[in-house]
Design a protein around this ligand. Structure first.
Ligand SMILES: NC(=O)C1=CN([C@@H]2O[C@H](COP(=O)(O)OP(=O)(O)OC[C@H]3O[C@@H](n4cnc5c(N)ncnc54)[C@H](OP(=O)(O)O)[C@@H]3O)[C@@H](O)[C@H]2O)C=CC1
Ligand SMILES: CC(C)(CO)C(=O)C(=O)O
Length: 298
């Protein structure tokens, strides 16, 4: 573990649930942390985790940006990277984290030669309220360096991400983990959004067959993409996450409830578009997408 003096400073983008969870936990672990907000201003927030409240205070980020953690919705990533690009130092490290399937080739292409680019997929869960960020579900994260400059900075980035969203599993090929997470989000997120319920409420018998069919479609598609996703194991994993986060409202349920755009393109939309390329029918995912689109204003 690096000493306080050696700890890299971090810039966290936005004031969303996962970004602030990361910011607070890094600050608690003595990392210097600042925020990149749409309107630069100091921000006070309380981290609530395991019935302990920790006050945190952040200043706006100073340019150039060195180590940057970007947890925004999948549809906001491209705009965000375009805004940040001129503000980055020549050897910046960028860790990007979102649900849904990222375009890894695109992410690799946005980094300049000496800039490291990473993808992190997390099963931690958090909720942003007016004055706090609540750590609603303990999880773990998969982290992958996407280029050489990232690989060269591995120990320091892994140490920081372990404090923030650990335990960390480091991998050179994140695609199998992304498909596993996609299966979870393709079931829990749209169904909880459509039925306006907590994750745990999907565990009733009423949803069993629909969930089975959704998972079968994702597993068939994964096989066509040369990813092994065994159906029963995937189903067990989806239900395990559902139980572990039973009391949570999913990020998509929250977005629909507060009439924000839904992260559908990178989850159910990705499944439908990829299936079309393989001419694989995915009627259950299509029906879910249609139902959400018909009943959601954004
Ligand atoms: N919440 C959870 O428990 C979990 C979430 N995830 C995933 O993690 C990702 C982030 O989730 P979450 O934290 O809930 O998302 P939020 O939408 O709550 O947070 C994102 C924040 O980033 C801000 N933002 C977006 N673009 C910019 C920009 N260019 N400059 C400055 N700020 C910006 C947004 O501002 P604005 O609102 O103004 O756009 C918002 O404050 C999503 O993909 C989500 O699905 C994964 C696991 C669990
Ligand atoms: C794992 C799950 C479903 C936790 O709620 C999530 O990733 C989300 O809400 O987006």
């Amino acid at each position: 573990m690096p000493s306080t003096q050696q700890k890299l400073s971090w810039v966290i983008v936005g004031q969303g649930a996962i970004g602030l969870l990361t910011a607070c936990r890094l600050q608690h672990a003595s990392y210097p942390v600042a925020l990149w907000l749409r309107q630069p201003a100091p921000l006070s927030v309380t981290l609530q985790a395991s019935e302990i409240s920790t006050p945190c205070y952040f200043l706006p980020a100073a340019r150039p940006l060195h180590q940057v953690f970007i947890a925004v919705k999948a549809y906001a990533v491209a705009d965000c990277l375009a805004q940040l690009s001129p503000e980055l130092s020549a050897n910046a490290q960028l860790v990007i984290s979102h649900n849904g399937m990222p375009d890894l080739a695109y992410l690799q292409s946005v980094a300049a030669f000496e800039q490291g680019i990473w993808f992190l997929s997390t099963s931690h869960a958090a909720l942003r309220t007016a004055e706090s960020v609540v750590h609603t579900g303990q999880g773990q994260s998969i982290l992958s360096p996407l280029n050489n400059a990232a690989r060269q900075a591995e120990p320091a980035i892994v140490a920081a991400m372990t404090e923030a969203l650990g335990p960390i599993q480091l991998t050179t090929d994140i695609r199998p983990a992304l498909w596993r997470k996609l299966a979870v989000n393709a079931v829990i997120n749209p169904l909880t959004a459509l039925h306006n319920c907590r994750n745990g409420e999907l565990a009733t018998i009423a949803f069993n067959q629909q969930i089975d069919r959704l998972i079968a479609e994702v597993c068939q598609l994964a096989a066509l993409e040369h990813i092994e996703l065994e159906r029963q194991q995937t189903k067990a994993h989806v239900y395990q996450v559902m139980h572990a986060t039973a009391k949570n409202y999913s990020s998509m349920q929250q977005d629909r409830y507060y009439q924000r755009p839904l992260e559908l393109d990178a989850i159910t939309g990705f499944i439908i578009n990829t299936a079309a390329k393989h001419q694989l029918p995915v009627p259950e995912n299509q029906a879910l997408l249609d139902a959400l689109r018909q009943t959601t204003t954004l």
